[in-house]
Design a binder for this molecule. Structure first.
Ligand SMILES: [Zn+2]
Length: 483
């Protein structure tokens, strides 16, 4: 009697999930999971190294090299400099189908320099920093891809491709990679982004176009010879006036914002050069494409009326995201299976100090990283954002999730995120993320029916005869946009 009880108990234990939900043991214990369980220190030092490098978009030379070399050392075949971008790469492992793609980013933000301490302190005053956690994004995705390769090495069929995607922050690397066909032949793309909690993204976000308008006039003395001058700043102001009038006559949900990046140097000199940078956003790329044309006409009108010349540049352009429910639900199952992030005593103390330094007294926010939100949870911050991932979602079936890697003490691009993301709190988060990617790949490799269903939903949602017409047009990647 006792013996048969023990046999049943052993059988039951074999089926127990990693944390939470029931799943086959092979999913929670295989060469991939063993690799991740043994590799915390590898990825801890990798993410911290990229955190300290803090390289800006299209200049992530060392960061991309670090990730690409690590993949190469683990048997991936790496193609560097894809889509005409020196810091973009594709690393491939395995053979046959399905082909699973994973997106990685590694660019930093200007002005976000921050030490990994519990108070605001720049490492370099005014320097760059990982306020969006792309040090973690790149490293977590690479950890997931390598773990998947370990599992494939056990004799399973399938291919994993890690896409090294530069300059997400305004440079739109993935728009060029999508246009150049980098994602051709990929069956499913998995994407994630650093956050304060764990959830699968069900929001489409906003399509956007970033345009730079430069006006050229004639310089002269503003007091002794104003009649000889033609002010480029006048043109910018006339243009902005027209755009502000236009706000009343655009579809709901449109966002128009601008910054005058050059308005002349001195009031007593009629400026012969002025420049303004615009963002146009809407939930539909068609609306954004139309706004682009209307803005262009307004800029031409402003130039004509002020006797100046206008030139423009489409700096970046991103589609809204195409949501694939059948893929999102696979991600959700695995995110729930892996669970959230639990701080140890030292990390909890550090988190409390960050909260105190941020004036946050409600300590219940510290429960967020350990939670996994249900599919379809309301998460308003994702509604108003744009990302170059949007382009990828229209060329290959893609789903995205958010992983808790930051202390919940800010709203993005803040010192609290830069600081906590560079500690073991961030590393714990990405080891979770890597496991979610591994489990999801396991499900997709093991179920051709699921992959077929995902591809069918993708084709249905795109519609017949869909053609990817990039909002960036045929321009070359703006490799110098941060210089
Ligand atoms: Zn980001």
């Amino acid at each position: 009697m006792r013996k048969s009880f023990m046999i049943i108990a052993t059988l039951l234990l074999c089926c127990l999930p990693g944390e939470g939900r029931k799943m086959p043991k092979a999913k929670t214990s295989n060469a991939g999971t063993e690799y991740l369980d043994a590799s915390f220190s590898v990825y801890d030092s990798m993410q911290k190294k990229i955190h300290s490098l803090a390289e800006l978009g299209y200049m992530e030379y060392e960061s991309s090299a670090l990730l690409a070399s690590h993949l190469e050392e683990n048997g991936f075949k790496v193609e560097r400099g894809v889509a005409g971008i020196p810091t973009a790469f594709i690393a491939t492992f395995g053979s046959g189908s399905p082909v699973i793609g994973i997106l990685a980013e590694y660019d930093a933000l200007p002005g976000m320099s921050q030490d990994t301490v519990a108070f605001k302190k720049a490492v370099v005053e005014g320097g760059n920093g990982h306020g969006c956690g792309h040090n973690l994004l790149g490293t977590g995705s690479v950890a997931g891809a390598v773990a998947i390769s370990k599992w494939l090495s056990e004799g399973h069929a399938g291919t994993v491709k890690l896409f090294g995607c530069p300059a997400e922050e305004g440079g739109g690397g993935k728009a060029y990679m999508s246009r150049e066909g980098c994602f051709d032949g990929v069956d499913v793309v998995l994407d994630w982004h650093p956050d304060i909690c764990n959830l699968v993204n069900t929001e489409s976000g906003l399509a956007n176009v970033q345009m730079r308008f430069t006006f050229h006039g004639t310089s002269s003395h503003a007091s002794s010879a104003p009649e000889k001058g033609r002010s480029a700043l006048d043109a910018v102001e006339a243009f902005n006036f027209m755009m502000n009038m236009m706000r009343e006559h655009v579809p709901d949900g449109t966002r128009i914002h601008y910054a005058i990046t050059d308005g002349g140097k001195a009031p007593n000199v009629v400026p012969d050069r002025a420049q303004v940078l615009y963002y146009f956003r809407n939930g539909s790329r068609e609306v954004v494409a139309d706004l682009k044309e209307r803005a262009l006409k307004a800029a031409e009108g402003a130039a004509m009326g002020t006797g100046t010349e206008m030139e423009y540049e489409v700096v970046s352009g991103n589609f809204e995201r195409l949501y694939i429910e059948s893929l999102a639900s696979v991600l959700q199952t695995n995110l729930e299976a892996v669970g959230g992030v639990v701080y140890d005593e030292r990390e909890m103390q550090f988190a409390k100090e960050i909260l105190a330094a941020s004036g946050i007294t409600d300590l219940s926010v510290l429960e967020k990283p350990a939670m996994v939100l249900p599919l379809g949870s309301d998460y308003p911050t994702l509604r108003g954002v744009s990302s170059d991932v949007g382009n990828v979602t229209w060329v290959a079936p893609t789903a995205s999730f958010r992983g808790a890697v930051f202390v919940p003490a800010g709203l993005g691009h803040c010192w609290q995120f830069t600081s906590s993301g560079g500690t073991t709190i961030g590393t714990k988060g990405i080891m979770n993320v890597a496991k979610v990617l591994l489990y999801t790949a396991y499900d997709l490799y093991g179920s051709p029916e699921t992959v077929a269903e995902i591809k069918k939903e993708f084709n249905d949602r795109r519609g017949d005869g869909f053609e990817f017409v990039p909002l960036i047009g045929d321009r070359n990647p703006p490799l110098d946009y941060r210089k």
